[in-house]
Each structure stands twice: as structure tokens, then as C-alpha cells.
Ligand binder design. Structure first.
Ligand SMILES: [Zn+2]
Length: 213
């Protein structure tokens, strides 16, 4: 069974997820930790639980989701895995990071690309990948069929959806991707978004004002 530890980091209130199972192997998704105290909160949890991190995963590469990428790669010696279509998003960050007040932003490079249908394995657990573009061109989500949850990044939120006015965003693409890739998941599947509280596919299908199932 996968345990989910949620941290909320940086001024964008971004949700960073640490997934681990009883083998203590773990994956870190979208580390938004920037300040020293945020990084210490994450690394002390890893140490306290005795976790062995295996992969660093990005749902997509907006700045608030990747502020801790290079720190995590260095600290835990883990490879960065993402979708290739978000490479320009990642590469553009140094040009604007200081405008958002992140003067200490450290650029990171991916080690491996994944796409829909690929599977990430750690411990006794597996995460399948779906491609859900529109908020970002290379946005992916990570799904545990066995444990009934989806790490959804900035695709679907409780009562909302990701913004599509940033470079590489497209509103119609996001709406159809949510319909085809997320609303086809089980109604009781729990959605853990990149911002705000968790929800379920069924709840969003019946109440989300932006995309009805
Ligand atoms: Zn985003």
C-alpha cells in the first residue's frame, strides 16, 4: 500500500507529494521547496521514516513545481523523470525566476523522459502515466490503480481546473484531456492536485463548473 505525504511549499502554495510503501522505497513528485526550512522539513521526514528515494518525478515544469528539483537531485541522488514536451517550459525558468523573487533558483536537467503508458515502479508499487496536456504542453499524471489515487498536478482541482494562459497552455486541449484521460478513471479515484485539497473523480464530474462529466 502506498502512503502519501503532502507538503505545501513556496508562495504559490504548491503541493509536493512523497509516495512510499512498506518497503520504504519512495518517489518524490514536484518538489516546490525553495526556502531552507522547507527543504529541511522534507529531508527530515525522509530521515525520520527511513525512506530510500528512487525517482524524482515532475507532472509538469512550471516554476512552483520544480523549485526544489536540483536540490532533490543532489540531496537524494535520484534521476529526474518528466515528459519531453515540457522541456521548453523547464528551460525557460532561469529567464524569469528572479522576477518572481526566486534569485537562488538552480536549473535542473532531466535524466529520462516518459510518456503515456509507461510505468514507474518503486518498492512493491507501480504508477501508470497518462498524458494530460493543456495547462502545460508536457503535463502528465501519475496513477495508482491498486490504491485508487491520481497525482494530478495542475490539471484538475477541487472545483476548478488549471489555468491555460501561460506559454504552452491551451484551454480546449485541457478540457478534452480532462474528459478523455481523467473522467474515464473510476468515480471513487482520489485526485491529489498541485494546489488545494484532494477530491475525487466522481465529485468533479458532478460538480466541477469548468468540466462536467
Ligand atoms: Zn502549473
Amino acid at each position: 500500500m502506498i502512503h502519501i505525504k503532502t507538503f505545501t511549499f513556496n508562495p504559490f502554495q504548491e503541493n509536493t507529494y512523497l509516495l512510499y510503501d512498506d518497503t520504504k522505497e519512495a518517489v518524490l513528485i514536484d518538489p516546490g521547496c525553495y526556502e531552507k526550512y522547507e527543504r529541511e522539513e522534507l529531508s527530515s521526514f525522509v530521515a525520520k521514516e527511513g525512506l530510500k528515494l528512487k525517482f524524482l518525478l515532475n507532472t509538469h515544469c512550471h516554476i512552483d513545481h520544480v523549485l526544489g528539483n536540483q536540490w532533490a537531485k543532489n540531496t537524494f541522488q535520484i534521476p529526474l523523470i518528466m515528459h519531453e514536451a515540457d522541456l521548453p517550459v523547464l528551460a525557460s525558468i532561469p529567464s524569469y525566476a528572479s522576477n518572481y523573487g526566486f534569485q537562488q533558483y538552480e536549473a535542473s536537467q532531466p535524466d529520462r523522459f516518459v510518456d503515456e503508458g509507461d510505468v514507474i515502479s518503486f518498492g512493491e508499487s507501480r504508477l501508470s502515466i497518462r498524458f494530460v496536456p493543456g495547462h502545460a504542453p508536457g503535463h502528465i499524471v501519475f496513477i495508482s490503480e491498486a490504491d485508487g489515487f491520481c497525482i494530478a498536478g495542475d490539471t484538475l482541482f477541487s472545483g476548478s481546473i488549471g489555468r491555460t494562459d501561460l506559454p504552452g497552455g491551451d484551454h480546449e486541449t485541457l478540457l478534452s484531456a480532462i474528459q478523455e484521460k481523467l473522467y474515464t478513471l473510476a468515480d471513487d479515484m482520489v485526485v491529489y492536485p498541485g494546489h488545494g485539497p484532494s477530491t475525487t473523480i466522481g465529485k468533479e464530474k458532478s460538480t466541477n463548473p469548468f468540466v462536467r462529466g
